[in-house]
Design a protein around this ligand. Sequence first.
Ligand code: ASP
Length: 441
Amino acid sequence: MKKVVKFGGSSLASAEQFRKVGEIVLADADRRYVVPSAPGKRYSSDTKVTDMLYQCYAAAEAGENEKYTELLNKIKERYLEIINGLGLNLSLEEEFQKIGTFFSEKAGKDYAASRGEYLNGIVMANYLGYEFIDAAEVIFFDKEGKFDADRTNQVLSERLAGQERAVIPGFYGSSVDGTIKTFSRGGSDITGSIVARAVKADLYENWTDVSGFLVADPHIIQDPKSIKLITYKELRELSYMGATVLHEDAIFPVRKAGIPINIRNTNQPEEEGTMIVQSTCRQAEYTITGIAGKKGFVAVNIEKDMMNSEIGFGRKVLEAFESQGISFEHVPSGIDTMSVFVHQEEFEGREQAVLSAIHRTAEPDMIELESDLALIAVVGRSMKSNRGVAARIFAALAHVNINIKMIDQGSSELNIIIGVKNSDFEGAIKAIYDIFVESQL
Ligand code: ASP
């Protein structure tokens, strides 16, 4: 068996956390490839090393030498605390010299940020006695700056074939010109997934500071139930709607290879966490797998007599959004009406340009805007085989006097999306959670 284990920043924030990680890795001989993040926060007001690096580089770029030196020293201290706390015989002095030179040569903010993972990888490899492999040598971006999956997979799988155990730092790789480039924030999750694909792992364990995904947001529902098993598709729907534990782009490499992901808690390693799989015959524990949502949408409601028989009407309307670079979320339609849901923030600045384009090309009878809406996705593979899910959602919302503005059920029957007022958002989630989870209907 081969397992790839990725540890997030809070799992590696101090020597004490490193020790927990060491115990986890060494407890299972299958945990052969380790992908670390940079040291994260030790307490809530602490600063992540990645953020310190961004700030430090900005100071270097602006020629603020005092601030730069002060920040760089603080970063050094973070690593020293870990190295000394673990009693390692390791010095990063030379590495910091190099970093200083690269900073003064303006090597770029991606280079700067990537050093958090790079240095932590060196520390981790030394601590575990594993080989260190610089991600810059095995993870690549293409000419357009997009992740180059094919080249990476080829080089990385060859490199790791000869390596029984290794540490590969997360978050970065090299561009075509050899400079360092990072993924977006939280991108070590992606590296872990890429490594899992390259070694054809049996499992990708992603260790963080929560015991997996929860059925609903704990800021809204007190102590929500956790999700034991979820499919990639369900997860994609929930993450898209705001449930964040894993970087969205981390799903694709392993999904392609059919490798399950197990989200685990470094501080509670005895808990099973959440298993994310390609498919399963196991029904979800509750009829629904999870609920997630986002606030801040606008509905652009368009009416036109006989719209229904006018071929090309929808295209003209959507083109007005496209030409302004605005992506739409949902387009529920009626006989002579059509609504386009967009992000309020994105839409506000370009609202008049979009509206005049719709008027010009589609010649509607009326356009009406409705702002401050929220969308809630009720997601679950078991909905397909359970009758009355929609009815139960609507009854639950009616019961607490919440007016539904929009309903959208994809033909995959994997989710039902409902639009409500921003001010009804939390209440709606509570009502849906209660009916499916608390009362287990
Ligand atoms: N250290 C990076 C960040 O803070 C990447 C990661 O932790 O996954 O975003």
